[in-house]
Design a protein around this ligand. Structure first.
Ligand code: FAD
Length: 225
């Protein structure tokens, strides 16, 4: 027996794509690649027109996040993506719509309300725009290639909608707008310090993959005829 004050359990998920082996689809340990309209890619990277994907198992390009193939592991995303997939199944061409869900997450830990929007692991740099880390009450904004791509709040929820609007309009980073409760020590961005996104990540919400042409994480199994 081990005596301890706190136990942190870190749970992940595994995509059950083994049954698709030999189907000819672009499936693998990271899920099934599809276009923004939820149409699955085959193993050659050519989009199918009659196989649709939604939920954790789907990886699709997101226009707001550099067209990276993202798996967004949230209940809300699974429901919204399934609705888009169903819509596109019964619509033709111009009536089809893309799935462009804004990743959002919340949790409450040790009495602290934590929320985020966007894709934090994509961030290269971080700016604390309100409050301070020391006080455990703050808003932080992540930047990637000169744009805001995510925001996180600790006990500062009411500002999150504002930051989401900044992400949606591709606002510049470092942050140019004035914010309430901005501290002098937080005028400059600091490195975000996330691991290389081309390597398998343990991030609990979002798997970044497929960005680099050299990132060949998928195992392709051509269909047998
Ligand atoms: C521990 C944990 C906590 C989480 N907490 C949150 C949270 O607080 N908020 C939030 O938004 N999200 C949370 N998530 C993520 C959320 O659960 C998922 O994003 C969501 O369930 C995805 O829905 P889905 O329908 O895509 O996949 P799933 O819910 O995984 O459903 C897939 C289903 O397919 C079945 N299946 C697999 N293979 C086959 C097969 N060959 N034939 C038939 N059926 C098959 C599986 O058994 C499963 O029932 C959590 C996930 C985990 C693991």
């Amino acid at each position: 027996m081990v005596e301890t004050d706190v136990v942190v359990v870190s749970l992940g998920s595994v995509r059950n794509t083994e049954w698709l082996t030999g189907s000819g689809l672009g499936s693998g340990p990271r899920g099934i690649a599809c276009d923004a309209g939820c149409r699955a890619f085959d193993f050659r990277g050519i989009v199918t027109d009659d196989v649709f994907v939604a939920g954790d198992v789907a990886r699709s390009p997101h226009a707001l996040f550099g067209y990276q193939f993202l798996s967004l592991e949230h209940w809300g995303n699974a429901v919204a993506q399934a609705e888009t997939a169903a819509h596109n199944m019964i619509c033709r061409g111009a009536d089809r719509r893309p799935h462009l869900w804004m990743p959002a997450f919340w949790s409450s830990m040790f009495g602290v309300n934590i929320k985020s929007v966007g894709v934090p692991p994509m961030g290269e740099e971080l700016m604390i725009t309100q409050g301070s880390l020391a006080e455990r009450r703050f808003a932080g904004v992540y930047g990637y290639k000169g744009r805001i791509v995510a925001a996180v709040t600790f006990d500062n929820t009411r500002w999150l909608e504002f930051y989401q609007a900044q992400i949606e309009r591709g606002a510049p980073f470092p942050v140019e707008f004035p914010t309430m409760d901005r501290r002098p020590e937080n005028r400059q961005p600091v490195p975000a310090g996330f691991p290389d996104p081309s390597l398998p990540t343990h991030g609990p919400m979002v798997t970044l993959s497929g960005y680099s042409p050299a990132d060949q994480q998928l195992v392709f199994h051509p269909a047998r005829h």
